[in-house]
Design a protein around this ligand. Structure first.
Ligand code: ATP
Length: 234
């Protein structure tokens, strides 16, 4: 579904990605793990068109999307749930969800998706008229996930969905991500919590300073000495 080859990206003089190649098959849950600053978020930003690659290719369902406009990538079926739960704090929960569907022209199905998000996240249903900025951290994370789902994505990318959440909410959030995959979407997950990500995923890539240094099934990487030493506390 997604095939990235030799991707290079940077910010001014900073080379953030130095030739990343990775693949995500249809229906898979794939994790990107690695330390702060390794280039995980930049990879997601390049896919969604927020960062223009300097070199390399990004193919989504056979179409070259490297350098494409973010609206085009979204319309093609890629949703990006960014780090930090960025939403529209002064807008209501319902309006924030509606923003996720702004490109869609199928109002009946959009209505169905509203109902689905509200049934998956009853807290959002209760607070639908409230400004998003008044929600707790966990609720804002649910809202960010719900907003991404409102575009009915084929591929949904999550950047650090568990960051700053209480442990019980982390488990709940990762459970929701698994169920999104079980419902038929393909998931690319960036996660600081390497162990949780490796347990959840089909396969994973370890990124260090802009390069993929390990790839394999989640279980293989959990057993890998380099991964154990650097990311799983030995
Ligand atoms: P984190 O978990 O901290 O977000 P990451 O693996 O997602 O880490 P990136 O955010 O992709 O890493 O950062 C890769 C490199 O690019 C780092 O060296 C970072 O300092 C740099 N970088 C990221 N965003 C910017 C920016 N807006 N301007 C300049 N440099 C940036």
């Amino acid at each position: 579904m997604l095939e990235i080859r030799d991707l290079e990206c940077g910010y001014g003089p900073v080379a953030a990605l130095k030739g990343v190649s990775l693949g995500v098959g249809e229906g898979e849950l794939v994790a990107l793990i690695g330390a702060n600053g390794a280039g995980k978020s930049t990879t997601l930003r390049a896919i969604s068109g927020l960062v223009k690659p300097r070199a390399g290719s990004i193919k989504f369902r056979g179409e070259e999307i490297a350098g494409a406009d973010p609206a085009h990538v979204l319309a093609a079926g890629v949703a990006h749930c960014p780090e930090g739960r960025r939403g529209f704090p002064y807008m209501s929960v319902a309006d924030n969800l509606a923003m996720g569907a702004y490109l869609r022209r199928d109002p009946i199905k959009v209505r169905e998706d509203f109902d689905r998000v509200y049934s998956d996240f009853p807290r959002l249903a209760e607070r639908r008229a409230q400004p998003a900025g008044t929600l707790s951290g966990g609720e804002q994370q649910m809202l960010a996930i719900g907003r991404a789902l409102m575009s009915r994505p084929k591929l949904v990318m999550f950047d650090e969905p568990s960051l700053g959440l209480a442990p019980t909410i982390v488990e709940q959030t990762l459970g929701i991500i698994r169920s999104i995959r079980d419902d038929g979407a393909t998931v690319l997950l960036v996660e600081q919590n390497a162990f949780a990500a490796l347990e959840l995923c089909d396969h994973a890539y370890l990124i260090e300073t802009g390069r993929v240094v390990r790839k394999g099934a989640g279980k293989e990487l959990i057993a890998d000495p380099l991964v154990r030493a650097a990311y799983l506390g030995g």
